[in-house]
Every structure is written in C-alpha cells, then in structure tokens.
Ligand binder design. Structure first.
Ligand SMILES: *Cc1c(COP(=O)(O)O)cnc(C)c1O
Length: 386
C-alpha cells in the first residue's frame, strides 16, 4: 500500500517532467568537467572564485587531516569542538567586522538554527517572497507567524510592520537572490528593522567572498553594521569548501550558541575543514584579482548577449539568469546547449514563478573569456533559430 503510493507519485513526477536526476561528475569541481564520458563546459556551480579545486586549498585540507585527524567525534558542546574551530570563528568575525561568529556544518542548518533561536510562538517573521528554501523551512519550524512580503518591496514590508504584532519581530532576507541574482535593499531593510525594533537576518550565501571590500560580503559592500544584524555566510560557495557561519554582536552569538538546535544537536564538523577554511579566508582576502576577473566575465557575457525574445535579468552578480518564459522551450534550449557541450541549468516552476522559466548561468573566476564567448555565441544563435 505505502509502496504503491510512492510508485504512483514517482510515475506522476515522471509524467509531468518534474522528476529530477543527478549528473555524476567524474572530475573535480571546475568549469571543465566530464560527465558520463562527455566533456562539458559548466555554468552551474557556486564556486565563484574557483577555490574548490585550488592547489593551496587541497594542500590545506590534507594538512588539516594530518594535524587534526578525520572526524570530530562529538557535538560542539560535548567534546567535538577544537581550538581550530575557535581560530576559524575569530578569523570570520574579524573578517566581516563583527564581534563574534559561530561556525555551522551547513548554511541550511545555520538558517534553521538562527530563526529558531530568535523567533518562537507569538513572534512574527517577515520574509521576502523569494527567500531561499532554508529560510522558508526555518520560519515554519519556529511556529512564529510568518508574513511574506513581495520581493524586495520595502514599502509593502513597512505596511506589514506598521500593523500591530505581539512578541519579537524578525526581518529575514537573502542578500543576493539565488534565482535572480539581484541584491536586497539592505540599507532600507536595516532602517525598517531599527524603526520597528526588529532583528534583521541576512543570508549572504552568494555574496560572501565575492561582494564588498576583500570579499567581505553584501553588508560590507553596503557599509552596514548593527547589533540587530545577524549575518549568515556560507563556506561551500565562494569559499570552496563546506559549512557556514553566523556573525553578530557577542551576546547575540552567545544566545545562538545556547539555543540553535541545529548547532547543539549535531556532530561537530571535522576540525580539518576548519583548518582548511583558514586558507580559504586567506585566498578570499587576497582575491582581488579573482574578483576583478569575475566582474570582467560578467560584463563580457552581458555585452555579448544579443537577445530580443529572451530577457537577461538586471543582475550584477555572478548569477546571470536568462528568462525564457515557457517551460518546454527552456528545457529544449537547455538540452540544445548540452548537445553542444555547454551545461547550464534550466530552472522551472515551482522553483521560480509560473511563466518565468529560465536558464540560470553562474560564472566563476575559473572561467575564461573564451568560455563566456562560447556560451554567448550559442545563446544568440539558439534564440534566433530555436
Ligand atoms: C546554498 C544556500 C544556502 C544553504 O547553504 P548550504 O551550506 O549549501 O547548506 C542557504 N541560503 C542560500 C541563499 C543559499 O544559496
């Protein structure tokens, strides 16, 4: 009975072309990968600075294993917390200009942990409609009232905040939106948080390492600091490894350490990773050349695309979506690219709103101008001759 239900549901996914499948890579993370015996030029990864396979980072990870062993053996609050975790947290805090930081195993867990530490039954969470799934799931888990506001709409958020609400308030936003590549109105959001005495949680998964001076992230770029800010950054994207952190004022982070269930009730991440992440931070901090190359690639792509029916979204980040609209056409274009050895993910509803199916191009400092030229040429041709 139970199995029949699953079989029917899987068949239904298949029938509606919604069944997802993984591509298994036979080569390390890079724009140039081999999948099922085929060489592909990939525009899919979040490895924005090309650090995931960087020789210095590989060496640091090996060194970390030699120095700290393989696993942590316990949760952080028992015996799974190591001196190198402290070192990493101090480095992260200093880097983003906060008093303290807490290192989590993943960004998904960091977001669940923050929301649940800072909101509960009777409180209200104000969430951008395009926020990442981990923020949506995290908000539901808190049992707080969740108010979703239209994407980046500061006036609509202000109207919601002006209505009376009991308990504490938490405004929650992605810094860089993952399917659109645009940046949240962070300055205005902090003003609203101050005006309405709310916390502001900013998920900078796609900005950390890339935006702002030295890659310090979207908040540093906007010049924002406040005790009411909780800044989340992930370490599996531009930092090239794995994990995440939340930075803020020191008592605020202490509260997070006491209360975040996704921190307390999970095995500490391997100390070797923390050791290697110190090298990631060095590479990010000294990464102006990488960031300048990435910015030049973004400009090159945008200026080389000559599209009329399809819409290149107004993004200045490494996420460069092209909205095609129709699901079937988007899939067909994705397949046609793949036949030419170009790998660009086709994103359809419900991940994006109906009628806005798109190709989601992500660029990396590991791409070359030739790579971008190849992609732009193919897209220009495919739009003209579908
Ligand atoms: C990737 C991502 C996360 C999750 O981070 P992981 O470390 O991959 O779990 C959270 N928020 C946003 C906006 C992301 O893009």
């Amino acid at each position: 009975m139970l199995l029949d239900r699953i079989r029917a549901d899987l068949a239904d996914l298949e029938a509606r072309s919604l069944k997802r499948a993984r591509s298994s890579l036979d080569t390390p993370c890079s724009p140039h990968v081999r999948v099922a015996g085929r060489d592909l030029l990939a525009f899919c990864s979040n490895d924005y600075l090309g650090l995931a396979s960087h020789p210095a980072l590989r060496a640091a990870l090996q060194e970390g294993v030699e120095r700290w062993g393989a696993g942590s053996g316990a949760s952080h609050l028992v015996s799974g917390h190591y001196a190198v975790h402290d070192q990493l947290e101090a480095r992260l805090a200093a880097f983003v200009g906060c008093e303290r930081a807490l290192y989590f195993s993943t960004g998904y867990m960091a977001n669940l942990g923050v929301l649940q530490a800072f909101a509960g039954r009777g409180d209200t969470i104000y969430s951008d409609r395009l926020n990442h799934a981990s923020l949506i799931d995290g908000a539901l888990l808190t049992r707080a009232t969740v108010q979703r506001y239209p994407h980046a709409d500061v006036a609509a958020l202000e109207r919601l905040l002006a209505k009376p609400a009991s308990g504490q308030r938490l405004i929650v936003t992605d810094a860089v939106f993952s399917m659109d590549g645009d940046i949240a109105p962070l300055t205005q959001l902090l003003e609203l948080a101050e005006g309405f005495d709310a916390w502001l949680v900013v998920d900078d998964a796609h900005g950390f390492g890339v935006l702002g001076p030295g890659g310090r992230g979207a908040l540093a770029e906007a010049g924002l600091a406040s005790w009411r800010l909780l800044q989340m950054g992930t370490l599996g994207k531009a930092a090239g490894l794995s994990g995440a952190f939340v930075a803020g004022q020191s008592e605020v982070i202490e509260w997070l350490l006491q209360r975040a269930r996704t921190y307390v009730f999970t095995t500490g991440s391997p100390p070797a990773l923390a050791h290697a992440l110190l090298t990631s931070l060095d590479l990010i901090e000294r990464g102006d050349t990488l960031r300048a190359h990435l910015a030049a690639l973004i400009d090159a792509l945008r200026s080389r695309l000559e599209l009329s029916r399809w819409q290149v979204l107004p993004s200045r980040t490494a996420i460069q979506p092209i909205v095609i609209g129709d699901n079937a056409e988007t899939l067909a274009v994705g397949r046609a690219l793949r036949e030419e050895g170009l790998w660009v993910p086709a994103i359809r509803p419900p991940t994006v709103p109906p009628g806005t199916a798109r190709l989601r191009i992500s660029l990396s400092a590991a791409h070359s101008f030739d790579d971008v030229e190849r992609l732009a040429t193919a897209l220009n041709r495919l739009e003209a001759r579908p």
